[in-house]
Design a protein around this ligand. Structure first.
Ligand code: ADP
Ligand code: MG
Length: 686
């Protein structure tokens, strides 16, 4: 919950304000003054009568009523001051920049909890502790620089880490990224990244709200809230990119020691981002580059024209875009193309990349941009590379480019790499409200990421032929642990997950009878051992009764074996579906190809249950082995639509069976529309 008093305060007090601007309490006050907070400003410092030209109060009790307070005093003093402010001064916005709380010690954690209890009791918003503060259009309550120039249509930026927030702003500002607001939530004692997003969702206005949000997250305390508001904002037309730090085990340790946060299993994060439609980034440069792409006009398709006066960057950009699935189409031969060529110097190329040579000038670039905009329907966007070897000024080029960026319908991505040679001209270009991508490869990768992100999910659960009451009955009757074939059969049948016919045989007679029922050839396997092949417990291609007799006697004597499973023999490519229940996230569903592709190549994609057909299809398409699944070099593949449907059915089943903590189907055998589960493990824990 974010209060009006926190975002748009009419009065602010800085507790612990100082004349020394190298101290947080001094710098914060200076930032408030420099950035022209135009409400009432009060300071509390018992050792001074005046701080930075403002009358100082000796104690909180002497203050008049004040809407928001920034605390820059030792941690131990914060609970009492918070109480005084909320109870006596009607304060409803509390920002604590001090450290020494839950990130440090058990005593610190207790202080933090007291503060949260007070804030909750009085309906106040608490930012921090252990943060750099916040910047809203009304006030710059941060103790760090740079304080970016605020722009209502810039990006909203929320960060778990204060220092990282500074470094991300430092990465974005030179690229021309503007900010609409900055929230550093520190320990997220009361307000976390999710809560700020919720607030932005609730106050979103299509005309006046910015559509770009950048997040740096160290812990996701409430995945449901993050999913709900991120996807809601994206459905309203927003674009969100986020770093979730702590994806490796060592990274998780670093995150927890920093914020007292618990690391979330990374696959669940991946799945949640995918479901919401959040572009996941892994570093600051990547995040701010994606942020700049979001600031450009949207590319309606995947076809880029690369316009350059230098070969190297164009080649590198081509490589990066193609690797990411975007297209650099050759321009079709036409009189328009010929005419364009005539306006360029001899030796220029009007294929794609369009190279108008090192000597190319503003008029020529303008002609190329106009042609791409109007005459070449085969391109959806333009990447313009124009630097300077330092021989002649390029101001006229950037002036023209500035006009075109605003005027063209198709997006123009400016790559102005000469940040030293033509520093002033680049600065002029940025001052006109443009972004710049100094590195073409970072741009290429960012564009590919943005293009690959699926649309946010719908909330509907696929229930066609999914028998929920039956699923509940089965789950309620089971005991904890790995489930026997009979339970798995019933669950799959209730969810409509196709499987091979299987019969459990406890003795030879039952085995022979089952063989007749199932038909030849068939498969025999041990029931009991977890990894059946490892103990030579799977026999394929059983063609006759003699083999049944022989193999039954062998299999039943394998240690831990309780019975023999007689199964219909299927064929096709091996597919895999797995699922794991993650605390607070729910079931993460994985898919891939079976066998070594999943075990050795780790080629899996993930999604968060319940999944839609669209989400499942996108999971399948994102597999490296997608081409093999579709069918490769004469080998028949498996139907993507059917595979997606099975993934969806399983995810719907799991939604009503949270007691299933882990399961996998490895493999399913698929040939065209016929995809059958042949081996499954389900572990239930109630
Ligand atoms: P495990 O995974 O315990 O070793 P599986 O039941 O998965 O045992 O069997 C091992 C392999 O045998 C499978 O990956 C698959 O290639 C093949 N297989 C198992 N059951 C069948 C079946 N019913 N039809 C065709 N092939 C099968
Ligand atoms: Mg198996």
């Amino acid at each position: 919950m974010l209060t009006r008093e926190l975002i748009w305060p009419e009065s602010i007090t800085v507790i612990g304000a100082s004349n020394d601007v190298s101290k947080p309490g001094g710098k914060l006050l200076k930032n408030l003054i420099d950035n022209k907070f135009n409400g009432k400003l009060y300071v509390v410092n018992p050792n001074a009568t005046e701080v930075q030209g403002i009358r100082s109060y000796a104690s909180v009790s002497e203050l008049p009523e004040v809407e928001t307070a920034v605390l820059a005093v030792p941690a131990a003093l914060c609970p009492e001051i918070t109480l005084q402010l909320c109870r006596d001064k009607n304060t409803r916005g509390i920002i604590i920049i001090s450290a020494g709380f839950s990130e440090q010690s058990e005593e610190g954690r207790q202080l933090e909890q007291q503060i949260v209890a007070t804030a909750n009791k009085y309906g106040a918003s608490l930012i921090g502790p252990n943060c750099i503060g916040i910047i809203t259009p009304a006030h710059a309550s941060v103790f760090t620089t740079p304080v970016p120039k605020l722009d209502q249509m810039g990006c909203d930026f929320i960060s778990s880490s204060g220092a990282t927030a500074v470094f991300i702003m430092e990465s974005g500002i030179p690229k021309g990224l503007h900010f609409a607001s900055v929230f550093s939530v520190g320990n997220s004692a009361q307000v976390g990244v999710e809560d700020v997003l919720e607030f932005m969702d609730e106050v979103f206005h299509p005309e006046t709200s910015t559509r770009v949000k950048l997040l740096y997250i160290e812990s996701i305390n409430n995945p449901d809230k993050l999913l709900k508001h991120a996807s809601s904002l994206i459905r309203k037309g927003c674009k969100i990119a986020a770093i979730k730090a702590g994806s490796s085990n060592a990274g998780s340790r670093a995150a927890s020691s920093h914020t007292g946060a618990m690391a979330n299993p990374d696959l669940a994060v991946e799945a949640l981002f995918r479901k919401a439609g959040i572009v996941r980034c892994y570093g600051r440069e990547e995040l701010t580059t994606v942020g700049c792409v979001f600031m450009c006009k949207e590319m309606k398709g995947k076809r880029m024209a690369i316009i350059t006066h230098a070969g190297g960057p164009a080649v590198m950009l081509t490589d990066a875009l193609e690797a990411g699935g975007l297209k650099i189409p050759q321009l079709k031969n036409s009189p328009k193309k010929e005419a364009l060529k005539k306006t360029l110097f001899q030796g220029s190329s009007v294929e794609n990349p369009i190279d108008f040579l090192a000597t190319g000038n503003a008029q020529q670039l303008e002609a190329i941009i106009d042609a791409c905009e109007k005459d070449f329907p085969e391109v959806d966007g333009m990447a313009v590379i124009y630097g300077s070897p330092g021989l002649f000024p390029v101001g006229d080029v950037y002036e023209m480019l500035n006009r075109k960026v605003h005027a063209c319908r198709k997006p123009i991505f400016p790559i102005l790499p000469s940040v030293i040679n033509v520093k002033d001209e680049v600065a002029f270009f940025l001052s006109e409200g443009n972004v710049n991508f100094p590195d073409e490869v970072l741009l290429g990768r960012a564009l590919a990421k943005v293009a690959a992100i699926p649309k946010p999910h719908t909330d509907e659960i696929f229930l066609d032929g999914v028998d929920i009451p039956e699923i509940r009955r089965i789950i309620d009757q089971t005991e904890d642990g790995y489930q026997p074939p009979a339970v798995i059969h019933r669950l799959f049948d209730a969810a409509g997950i196709p499987r091979v016919k299987e019969v459990v045989a406890h003795n030879l007679d039952e085995a022979l009878q089952a063989a007749e029922e199932i038909g030849w050839p068939l498969v025999m396997k041990v029931i009991g051992p977890v990894h059946k092949s490892d103990v030579r417990g799977v026999v394929l291609h059983v063609h006759d009764r003699e083999t049944v007799v022989h193999e039954f006697n062998r299999l039943i004597n394998i240690p831990e074996t309780t019975a023999v499973l007689m199964a219909e023999m299927a064929s096709g490519i091996e597919l895999f579906i797995g699922a794991k229940y993650e605390d607070r996230f729910g079931h993460v569903v994985l898919c891939g190809m079976g066998g070594t592709m999943v075990e050795v190549m780790k080629d899996v994609t993930s999604g968060l249950a319940p999944l839609s057909i669209c989400e499942a299809s996108s999971m399948i398409k994102n597999l490296k082995s997608y081409k093999i699944i579709k069918g490769y070099r004469g080998q028949e593949g498996a139907s993507q639509r059917k595979f997606a449907e099975i993934i969806v059915r399983l995810s719907s089943m799991l939604r009503f069976a949270v007691e299933i903590k882990e399961m996998d189907i490895n493999p399913l055998l698929g040939k065209g529309d016929k995809i059958l589960a042949v081996d499954a493990r389900i572990r239930i824990e109630k």
